[in-house]
Design a protein around this ligand. Structure first.
Ligand SMILES: [Ca+2]
Ligand SMILES: [Ca+2]
Ligand SMILES: [Ca+2]
Ligand SMILES: [Ca+2]
Length: 372
C-alpha cells in the first residue's frame, strides 16, 4: 500500500476481465492479469475492502449468471481468487459490506432475484415468458438473496435463510444498504427493487425491460440479527422500481436519509423523519495531503455493545454512499470508548464522548465537533 488509490472495474455484460489500475495519482497502469484478477464474468458490483483483517484490502465481486468472486490480497500486489460456493451462483446485483455479527469481520449482503410461482404466471399472462423460461431452465439463478457471514479466514457462510432475508416479498433486488434506520443500535437492511420481465428479440436489440410495480425491500432488525420484512410504503418510501440506493445524513440530524434512482428516471430523496429518542454518533475520519485514510477502522463501545465501522472506498451498484461513519446508540447517553485504527497502523482512543453529534478525527489525533 502506497496510499495512492487504485481502481477496480466491474463490467456488465460480459467482456474482458475487469481491470485493476495501479495509479500514481495522475496516470494508471493496467495490472489486471499479473495481479490475478482474471475471469470474464457479468459483474455488477464490487467492494474493495479488507475482509481478512490483515490490513490488505480484498475484493468481493457480485456477478450475474455466475458465482461471486473473492480476490484475497496476498500483500505483494497479487490476489488469490476464490468462488463463494454454489449458493452464490445466482443473478447478483449488490455488494454491501458491514459487520453485522459485531466480531470485527465484515459481512456481505448480496441481492438476487427471487420470484414466486404467482409472479411467474402473471408475467406469462402478460406475454412475458422469458423470466418463466429462465426460472424453469436455471432455477438456481432465482434463489433469493445471500447474507455472507465472515468466518474470518477468507471463508463465508450464507445465513440469509436463517436470518430471514433470503426470500423477500419484494422480488428483484438491486442496490443494497446495511444501515441503522432507527438508531436502535441494530443494523437494518434496505434494497432497491426493480422487477424486469420483458425480453424481446428485435434485430441486435435483445433485451427490452419493463418495470412492474415493485416496492423497495426493507428489513428491520428486531433482535440480534432477527430481520423482519416490512412494507416500504409503511415507512413512507412510496416510489417503485428503483435500482440505485445511497444514504447520507443531509441535515446532520442523526437520521440517515435515502436517495433512490430509477433505471431511467429521476432521483428521489427521502428524508428520514423517524420519531425516535435514540442516540447516535457520527465520525469523519479525515485524510491528509498524502493519505486518504481509506480503510481506516473505528470501533465504538457504548455499554457492552461494540460496533465496527470502516471508512471504505467501496461502491455498490452505480453509486457510493457518504463516507461519514454512523452509529445508532439506542438508549446509551455516553460513548465509553471510540478507537480509531488508521491504515498506517497508528491508533487513537477517545473515551467518555457525548452522543448526538458529528465529530472529525484528524491524523494528528485531534477530535473536534462538526457544526451542522
Ligand atoms: Ca485482507
Ligand atoms: Ca462479522
Ligand atoms: Ca435499526
Ligand atoms: Ca437526516
Amino acid at each position: 500500500m502506497d496510499h495512492i488509490l487504485d481502481v477496480k472495474l466491474a463490467r456488465w455484460p460480459i467482456g474482458e476481465a475487469a481491470a485493476d489500475y495501479n495509479g500514481d495519482g495522475a496516470t494508471f497502469e493496467n495490472v489486471t492479469l499479473e495481479a490475478g484478477i482474471t475471469g470474464a464474468r457479468w459483474s455488477l458490483a464490487a467492494s474493495f475492502v479488507d475482509l481478512t483483517n490483515d490490513g490488505w484490502p480484498d475484493i468481493h465481486v457480485a456477478n450475474d449468471f455466475n458465482h461471486d468472486t473473492l480476490y484475497l490480497n496476498r500483500g505483494n500486489g497479487t490476489f488469490e481468487q476464490r468462488f463463494m460456493g454454489e449458493e452464490s451462483d445466482r443473478n447478483r446485483m449488490s455488494s454491501e459490506v458491514q459487520d453485522l455479527t459485531r466480531n470485527g469481520y465484515l459481512d456481505i449482503y448480496v441481492t438476487n432475484i427471487e420470484v414466486n410461482p404467482e409472479q411467474l404466471d402473471a408475467a406469462e399472462k402478460r406475454g412475458r415468458v422469458f423470466v418463466k423460461q429462465q426460472a424453469a431452465a436455471e432455477p438456481r439463478y432465482f434463489g433469493g438473496n445471500n447474507l455472507w457471514i465472515n468466518e474470518g479466514d477468507g471463508n463465508f457462510v450464507d445465513r440469509a435463510e436463517e436470518l430471514n432475508v433470503k426470500k423477500s416479498p419484494f422480488t428483484w433486488g438491486w442496490d443494497a444498504l446495511i444501515i441503522d434506520l432507527n438508531n436502535d443500535r441494530k443494523l437494518d437492511i434496505v434494497h432497491a427493487n426493480n422487477q424486469v420481465d420483458v425480453i424481446t428479440e428485435t434485430g441486435d436489440e435483445r433485451i427490452v425491460t419493463e418495470a412492474r410495480n415493485t416496492e423497495s425491500g426493507v428489513w428491520m432488525n428486531t433482535g440480534e440479527n432477527e430481520f423482519r420484512p416490512i412494507r416500504a410504503t409503511e415507512i413512507g418510501i412510496d416510489r417503485m422500481n428503483e435500482r440505485v440506493l445511497a444514504s447520507l445524513d443531509a441535515k446532520i440530524d442523526g437520521r440517515r436519509d435515502l436517495l433512490f434512482v430509477e433505471d431511467d428516471g429521476p432521483p428521489r430523496f427521502y428524508r428520514n423523519v423517524t420519531d425516535t429518542a435514540h442516540h447516535w454518533f457520527q465520525l469523519i475520519i479525515e485524510g491528509s495531503d498524502d493519505h486518504t485514510a481509506l480503510g481506516a477502522r473505528a470501533w465504538l463501545t457504548a455499554g457492552n455493545h461494540e460496533q465496527l465501522m470502516v471508512k471504505d472506498c467501496k461502491s455498490d451498484f452505480q453509486n457510493q454512499n457518504s463516507r461519514v461513519l454512523h452509529w445508532g446508540l439506542g438508549d446509551h447517553e455516553r460513548i465509553d470508548e471510540l478507537h480509531v485504527g488508521w491504515p498506517d497502523d497508528t491508533e487513537q482512543s477517545f473515551s467518555d464522548l457525548s452522543p448526538d453529534r458529528r465529530m472529525r478525527v484528524s491524523p494528528d489525533g485531534s477530535i473536534t465537533e462538526v457544526s451542522p
